[in-house]
Design a binder for this molecule. Structure first.
Ligand SMILES: *Cc1c(COP(=O)(O)O)cnc(C)c1O
Length: 364
């Protein structure tokens, strides 16, 4: 009855261990829907990885969460430090941290003014300084870094420099090399005079990480990895829905919320999984105008009778939505000639893990 993510546990755990072994400075990222696996499960698994440090050679002293709202959920399952990827601001959830967890948090600071404001509120706060990259999402320019270095150098008590855990750069999902950009950014760190030699990066290939380590032997480059860690071995993961009902239909029969009629003989197959799970959000919302249909047809997502391709596959063939997905179920059209699945049968579903809420996650 459910949309289920089934994980081959032995294979998945082996992939996790080999990934952290290859990247001992790794910072696992556990955020959002936990890449389909749930945030809590990933935090527990990160704790498990930390407990395997002797085997992997990776100390795993910090896990990254996306937002301040996610801190508590991770903090109760993972015992080490929690790096919050969303930059600290002098408002919102960042100010509501519980005392118990605040000391385990490493903040991301992306504006010089925020550095002063954070340190004023919590002189003990630990933080990384985010650099502005070609993403242009958040971050400090070279000038901002210099201002931050100045602030830290003149801070009273002298401990401020030790609370700086490194700089962070968030890079686009480029297909071409990031090395030119990273080189410029690291040079900016050196020029700013900031007292750190640790850089947190995202989306670098193993090859790029190796080359950086060679080019900057005095720097520690720590990759933040989500997708490549948790979902890196796709063969260990399978997503299935269940056939809930099957109806044979003739050309002209009416079906569905919109009273469409069937274009030709075949079967309507009702499967579990709908919009509530995040299924088929790309599918047209019933806009059957010629233009919308032509655009979808041009993308190869619609067949000649106006059905849109669905993410559900039966016998390895991707089937068409008979109409846009419902909240928890979807209606597919299987033309005559194709095998009709039995009620209760599992069918494969292709999903975006980061946008899918599974009814159940089963790890063997
Ligand atoms: C989500 C995120 C990551 C991890 O990205 P993946 O593509 O899942 O590996 C790294 N850094 C930042 C800042 C992020 O927001």
């Amino acid at each position: 009855m459910s949309l289920v993510l089934t994980v081959d546990g032995a294979r998945w755990r082996a992939h996790l261990l080999s990934t952290v072994t290859r990247h001992p400075g790794i910072v696992p990222v556990a955020k959002g829907n936990g890449y389909g696996l749930s945030l809590g499960r990933l935090a527990r698994r990160a704790q498990w990885l930390a407990e395997h440090a002797e085997e992997t050679g990776a100390p795993l002293d910090v896990v990254a969460v996306g937002t301040y709202d996610e801190v508590e959920e991770a903090a109760s399952r993972y015992a080490g430090d929690l790096l919050v990827l969303t930059p600290w601001r002098p408002f919102g959830a960042a100010l509501d941290l519980q005392d118990r967890t605040a000391s385990r948090v490493v903040h991301t600071v992306s504006r010089p003014a925020d550095l002063a404001a954070l340190r004023e509120r919590d002189p003990e706060a630990r933080f990384v300084l985010e650099q502005l990259t070609s993403m242009r999402r958040h971050g400090m320019t070279r000038r901002d870094l210099e201002a931050a270095a100045e602030t830290l150098a003149t801070a009273q008590g002298g401990g401020a420099r030790h609370r700086l855990r490194g700089v962070a750069m968030h890079l686009p999902l480029n297909t071409t090399s990031h090395l030119g950009e990273v080189t410029r950014l690291i040079n900016d760190v050196v020029a700013s005079g900031l007292p750190t030699r640790t850089v947190f990066v995202s989306h670098l290939t193993s090859d790029e990480l190796d080359r950086l380590a060679t080019t900057y032997p005095d720097f520690t480059v720590r990759p933040r990895v989500g997708t490549g860690l948790w979902l890196g071995d796709r063969g260990a993961l399978s997503v299935t829905s269940t056939v809930l009902d099957v109806h044979e239909v003739e050309r002209g029969d009416v079906f569905g919320y919109r009273g469409r009629s069937v274009p030709k003989h075949g079967h309507i197959v009702v499967v579990s999984g709908g919009t509530a799970h995040g299924i088929g959000l790309e599918a047209p919302t019933g806009d059957q105008s010629l233009r919308a249909r032509a655009a979808t047809l041009a993308r190869g997502g619609m067949d000649a009778v106006g059905f849109v391709r669905s993410p559900f596959s039966i016998d390895g063939k991707q089937r068409l939505f008979a109409e846009p997905p419902h909240m928890q179920a979807s209606m597919l059209f299987v033309p005559s000639g194709a095998r009709v699945p039995d009620i209760g049968e599992r069918v494969d579903v292709r999903v975006r893990f980061t946008a899918t809420d599974f009814d159940r996650v089963v790890i063997s």
